[in-house]
Design a binder for this molecule. Structure first.
Ligand SMILES: [Cu+2]
Length: 227
């Protein structure tokens, strides 16, 4: 009886230890740079979409002193191959801005590119490992679906509206996340093991850290950028 109970606890322990979540936050130290206002007067549709001045999203420091739009991902330590999630991600053009400004997805995962504006946008990828594309979406409500075969992070821009820019991170695995308005991230369901985690920001570059996902099934890793 005793033996069976111990075995039961052991099996339960092993189940918990098999995968864990890595959570953390990306701090920003120093004075946030003053964002420059975007001049949208060249296209009345863009200008009309905003009632307040719009600033660029290249550096967004949250109210709690953290940095938004940082991709945090497993750089090394993973074994085996992974299947792309079935859920489609949406990359929208709204108010002549990309929503979201930074996104991450997996090789083979579908990305729906939408135009929610009643004006012409061209969606131009500056990818290197993946074939570049440059597609016009002249009408509101237009949609197209893209997938990417290779791992890389690249810029997307619109030549009609030079202020429009976004970044897409493509990964060979599902262990990546982007910091939002509280600067935190969660990489879910990572198998137990030791990993190098990297943070990437379009202006401030990369930071790395090592993390061990152990029997507790949870690990924390924080990053910090300076102005
Ligand atoms: Cu545009």
């Amino acid at each position: 009886m005793q033996c069976r109970r111990v075995l039961g606890i052991l099996i339960l322990g092993m189940t918990i230890a098999s995968a864990g979540d890595v959570t953390g936050k990306v701090a920003f130290a120093g004075t946030p740079p003053k964002g420059s206002p975007l001049q949208m007067t060249a296209d009345p549709v863009c200008k009309k979409a905003h009632t307040k001045p719009v600033t660029g999203e290249d550096v967004v420091v949250n109210k709690n002193g953290t940095l938004r739009n940082v991709i945090v991902y497993v750089k090394s330590g993973l074994k085996g191959s992974f299947t792309a999630p079935k859920d489609k991600l949406v990359f929208d053009q709204m108010g002549c801005l990309y929503t979201p400004h930074v996104l991450s997805l997996m090789v083979g995962q579908e990305l729906e590119v939408r135009n929610s504006d009643a004006t012409l946008h061209n969606v131009h990828s500056l990818s290197k490992a993946n074939p570049q594309f440059n597609n016009a979406q002249p009408m509101k409500g237009m949609k197209m679906t893209k997938t990417f075969a290779k791992e890389e992070t690249f810029k997307v821009k619109c030549e009609v509206h030079p202020w429009m820019g976004a970044y897409i991170g493509v990964f060979n695995h599902p262990y990546h996340a982007v910091t939002g308005d509280d600067g935190s991230f969660t990489i879910k369901g990572l198998p137990a093991g030791e990993y190098t985690i990297e943070a990437w920001h379009e202006k401030y570059g990369t930071k790395t850290a090592t993390v061990k996902v152990d029997a507790s099934g949870k690990a924390t890793v924080d990053f910090s950028y300076k102005s």
